[in-house]
Design a protein around this ligand. Structure first.
Ligand SMILES: [Zn+2]
Length: 377
């Protein structure tokens, strides 16, 4: 792989071009003639990810053997990319590849045309569920669990939306989120992390062969928006509470400062009135202090005002192992059969539904002749 060009962002200057770098003096400046290293990195990574083979050539150029798709698209087998903007002449058929050049635009157009989506499979955990079954997640009192029975493992199609959430105002923060939805867009989980936690994965969609339907994508997208909004609202409330305390402290300091200044001012005014030399100007001082106070308080409120922004940057389609778990719950002579969905990737059963009110139960007890959870007992 000695011929693989560096795509680490550092421009590689050709040999024998001593003194040819004056244009790099103001990196990032508007008129810098050297193409930005991130650009070169992007081009290299994208070409390789699209199935092209990229080889370093003389003078920092790249010789690219195109993928079949790009061969058809650009009607050529290979192309030489020149990144050096100071090159006086280009080799025959070569493309000058700066972000705004014709070739740069061609690359960008091709890159945005097909959305990049990753396909991954979550590997099954062994064992698929803990031996004690639902007893591992749901406590019982006055009842006892029978043996658990784990059904066959099947694979659900799921989708993960990756986003960066930024909170503005007060103390700005930024978080990376992943929201995982099930086959019908139902919410499965979310993590405040760059990746879904506690799973082992493999690239590709093993176990799922049927094509993804466009309607399913539309539904996923709509549901993802709904769930993101919901989580964001919750997170924003949490954030407003913490930020609100800081804002109120600042407003109260401001209030103390101005009310004592106004008091002083009014005290002085009273003394002057007693001495018989009141003037309109001084009456105005307390008023302008009040106005100033209002202005500063509005500023503080605005500075702490909360605003969030979500930027989605990635999608993953998942093949996820799940199974159903059945377990008997014995209450004297009564036997109930409870079922629960198991996340086989983590070997973890979901909470069983309460037999009386059907909400997920962490604890079940006997109450008024039935099995009930803490909510309905
Ligand atoms: Zn209940």
């Amino acid at each position: 792989m000695s011929g693989t060009p560096r795509v680490d962002g550092r421009p590689k200057r050709g040999a024998g071009r001593r003194g040819a770098a004056p244009a790099a003096k103001s990196p990032g400046g508007p008129w810098t003639a050297v193409s930005p290293p991130e650009w070169r990195e992007f081009v290299g990574s994208w070409l390789q990810a699209s199935g092209c083979s990229v080889r370093a050539a003389a003078r920092g150029d790249w010789e690219v053997e195109l993928s079949d798709d790009l061969k058809r698209r650009w009607r050529r087998q290979r192309v030489r990319l020149v990144f050096d903007p100071l090159r006086p002449t280009l080799p025959r058929g070569a493309w000058f590849t700066a972000p705004g050049s014709g070739a740069g635009r061609k690359l960008l157009e091709a890159a945005v045309e097909v959305p990049q989506i990753t396909r991954r499979t979550a590997l099954a955990h062994v064992p698929g569920a803990p031996e004690e079954g639902l007893a591992s997640v749901c406590k019982v009192r006055g009842l006892s669990w029978g043996h658990s029975r784990l059904g066959p493992v099947r694979y659900d199609r799921r989708v993960a939306f990756h986003g960066v959430v930024t909170g503005w105002g007060g103390l700005p923060w930024q978080e990376r989120w992943v929201v995982l939805l099930g086959p019908d867009g139902e919410f499965v989980e979310w993590a405040r992390a760059p990746e879904l936690p506690d799973i082992r994965t493999r690239e590709g969609l093993y176990q799922i062969n049927q094509e993804l339907m466009p309607e399913q994508c539309t539904r996923w997208l709509a549901e993802a928006r709904r769930h993101l909004d919901r989580i964001l609202d919750e997170r924003q409330l949490e954030w407003e509470r913490s930020v609100g305390a800081l804002r109120d402290a600042e407003l109260s300091r401001l209030g103390k400062f101005f009310s004592s200044r106004i008091e002083e001012e009014e005290e002085r005014l009273r003394r002057r009135v007693t001495n018989g030399d009141e003037s309109d100007f001084e009456q105005g001082d307390a008023t302008s202090l009040k106005l100033e106070w209002e202005r500063r308080a509005a500023e503080v409120r605005q500075r702490w005002a909360v605003r969030t922004e979500v930027r989605l940057w990635g999608l993953e389609e998942w093949s996820w192992p799940v199974a159903d778990l059945e377990q008997e719950l014995r209450a004297g002579a009564v036997r109930l059969r409870l079922t629960s969905r198991v996340d086989v990737a983590r070997g973890r059963p979901a909470l069983p539904a309460c037999p009386s009110c059907e909400t997920p139960a962490e604890m079940l007890v006997r109450s008024r002749g039935a099995v009930r959870c803490a909510r309905c007992a």
